[in-house]
Design a protein around this ligand. Structure first.
Ligand SMILES: [Ca+2]
Ligand SMILES: [Ca+2]
Ligand SMILES: [Ca+2]
Length: 654
């Protein structure tokens, strides 16, 4: 099932004919002579389709009569060139579609082929392999420095896969022959990027455990996808490694980082690392494949992204147990790239089926904003005890760093949150609110508004007052209390938390849109819209509620923020719904499967509107920009869950 799909039959036929023909020189003359048809070159605007074109030739067993005998001994003595064994064919070779259309360049024309075995040291790859590599080099050089180079990987791929097939046809997989092949491939000019490698272009190992070596090729060239070649199969061909998205994965430079056994059953596994540079980013996709009867299984797949800070990863094989560490700069609710970030280190180990996370460690706080971010993660998850401890640390022992240059009142924000938590947990907030008022500024204004409504009636009342608060009103006197980006006004007000108070007596299966409107409306709290449903089939309802916020916006609908309401430990907990503009409109619920549903919203835009979907798996909210399928929401491979790639603070990080 993982065999490469043959997107380009013409290309394959071409190469197959070539492989079956005895006339290498003739082929190359035709190739360099410009027989490539311009009509079948990849179009410039369809990179997606090009990257899946891992077209590879197939050699039938009859075309390679003695492959088994050659490859069975792992350390076979003498590689033998195959030209004398190659069956002849009268079919007309045609150039690969990517062949250069420039004038012939005789430099790449191979010399007459030797009929005797080459000298044992060093291993000579032979003219056929060299010719295909030269052809690759010519193609790379031809597009060098142009945007075409970004799209040329699949074409180079065809040539290189063919070179590998020629190599396998003429050489045993020995240390020496593999070294020669690695060396030859490393001599190719860089395609788009040149990076120091963290592995080999090609490697040999028995990865399926049948006692015969396979050849694994990463190539280390931009846009050239890795392949593996199974000498034990009936049909020798380049086979693909399975990925989540064949069109996008491996869009980078892939090397074979490791071919050791990482899964403790004595059979080699393959770790591939794909490096992809971007604008001010560098991504290393680290993947591990183990084999079963169907071919390679992807059992580890984490992108290590250097963006704000360098990211790292490490494969450790200590004590016979393989562990993979990844480290990334962790972000929180209020964050920007320029601020200092702590590091999240995750350790993954084999559990018999997958590499699973066995440890998660966040380095100590590096700044006040980092302390606030950790506290916010706990606050929004409804973990109020830990949240209060973390906010208290901001007040009593702030870690002052670059963020002291930001005019943001972190202490005031911490004190405001402690006050809000008091309201949410039914304890007296007055004394802490008086501290908040003393901060002055917007924070002080919020504190004053809450204080004025505290202790009189329902605990919901301070939130009702906040909903009507004009943040431009005169603040109480004080030298602090300023907030600005990346601190979000809507999150500071936390109006959605009013739902936790207002709905606390509503049972998990009794929630309805009408109930939300009635309960909160009776207290004077203005709910704009709500969708209620059980998104994850656990007989507990979820809701997304849009709540109006006072603003000076004149044009367009009133500013309203979306809040996600869920049950946690037998109470309602509210967190901000991710990335939805304050002008969005609730648009009902969509059933994805008998067990899964998603809330739908529409976000108006200038001349266009887009639909947004929110799903919930019991732990995480997931945002989608098109209606997700069940396979999207519940991928069979755990590494295909977007959550696993995120580097963000969670409640419980301390
Ligand atoms: Ca094998
Ligand atoms: Ca293994
Ligand atoms: Ca539910």
């Amino acid at each position: 099932m993982y065999a490469i799909s043959f997107q380009d039959a013409g290309r394959i036929r071409t190469l197959l004919r070539y492989m079956l023909s005895g006339g290498l020189v003739v082929v190359l003359m035709l190739v360099v002579g410009g027989c490539g048809s311009s009509t079948d070159r990849p179009s410039g605007n369809s990179r997606a389709s090009e990257t899946v074109q891992q077209a590879t030739p197939v050699i039938s067993p009859s075309a390679r009569p003695s492959m088994k005998q050659e490859t069975q001994p792992v350390q076979a003595a003498q590689p033998a060139l195959t030209t004398t064994r190659r069956p002849t064919s009268t079919s007309t070779p045609v150039t690969p579609k990517s062949a250069p259309t420039s004038a012939p360049d005789t430099r790449t024309r191979p010399q007459a082929q030797p009929t005797s075995t080459p000298a044992p040291e060093p291993v000579q790859l032979g003219p056929e392999i060299t010719a295909w590599l030269d052809q690759s080099a010519r193609l790379i050089n031809e597009v060098s420095g142009t945007s075409e180079a970004l799209r040329t990987g699949p074409d180079v791929q065809v040539l290189l896969n063919t070179a590998i097939l020629a190599f396998l046809d003429g050489h045993s997989l020995t240390t020496e022959s593999m070294a020669a092949l690695n060396e030859a491939i490393s001599q190719l000019p860089p395609l788009v990027y040149a990076f120091p490698t963290t592995g080999q272009s090609v490697a040999a190992a028995d990865i399926d455990g049948d006692g015969e070596l396979e050849l694994i090729a990463g190539y280390n060239l931009f846009g050239v996808r890795p392949a593996w070649f199974d000498l034990g199969s009936d049909e020798l061909k380049a086979q693909a490694f399975p990925t989540q998205d064949p069109e996008k994965d491996f869009y980078g430079m892939t090397v074979v980082h490791s071919i050791t056994d990482l899964t403790n059953e004595g059979i080699a596994d393959v770790m591939l690392v794909t490096t992809t540079p971007g604008t001010s980013t560098l991504t290393e996709a680290v993947r591990v494949f183990t084999w079963n009867d169907d071919g390679p299984r992807r059992v580890f797949d984490i992108p290590v992204v250097s963006w704000a800070d360098p990211a790292r990863w490490e494969l450790r094989t200590t004590g016979g147990r393989a562990e993979i560490d990844t480290a990334c700069a962790i972000f929180g609710h209020y964050d920007i790239k320029q601020l200092p970030h702590p590091e999240l280190t995750r350790t993954f180990a084999w559990d018999g089926t997958w590499f699973v996370e066995i440890q998660r460690t966040v380095s100590p706080p590096v700044s006040t904003h980092d302390q606030i971010n950790r506290a916010e993660a706990a606050f929004w998850a409804g973990a109020y005890g830990p949240a209060v401890s973390l906010y208290t640390e901001v007040i009593t022992s702030p870690v002052v760093s670059e963020d002291q240059d930001l005019p943001i009142d972190w202490e005031g924000l911490a004190r405001l949150r402690i006050s809000q938590i008091s309201l949410l947990t039914g304890t007296n907030a007055s004394s802490e609110l008086k501290h908040v008022v003393q901060r002055g500024g917007v924070i002080g204004l919020i504190g004053q508004t809450m204080l004025d409504s505290t202790g009189t009636r329902n605990a919901l009342q301070p939130f009702v007052a906040l909903q009507r608060l004009n943040l431009k009103a005169n603040p109480p006197t004080g030298n602090h209390g300023h907030i600005q980006f990346p601190v979000d006004e809507a999150l500071v007000l936390a109006l959605g938390k009013a739902l936790e108070v207002g709905l606390q007596d509503v049972a998990p299966d009794q929630l309805s849109r009408r109930t939300i409107f009635n309960v909160l409306g009776n207290m004077g709290f203005d709910v704009r819209d709500a969708i209620v449903g059980d998104l994850n089939d656990d007989n507990t309802l979820e809701a997304i509620v849009s709540i109006v916020r006072n603003s000076e916006r004149i044009i367009g609908p009133p500013v309203n923020d979306f809040w996600f309401l869920r049950q946690t430990e037998n109470r309602w907990v509210v967190e901000p719904a991710p990335v939805i503009g304050d002008a969005a409109i609730a648009n009902g619920i969509r059933q994805i499967s008998p067990r899964r549903s998603a809330f739908a919203l529409i976000e108006p835009g200038a001349g266009s509107e887009r639909s947004i979907y929110l799903s919930f798996d019991g732990n995480h909210i997931q945002l989608w920009f098109s209606q997700p399928t069940l396979a999207d929401m519940e991928p069979t491979n755990p590494f295909d869950r977007r959550q696993i790639t995120e580097c963000r603070h969670q409640a419980g990080d301390s």
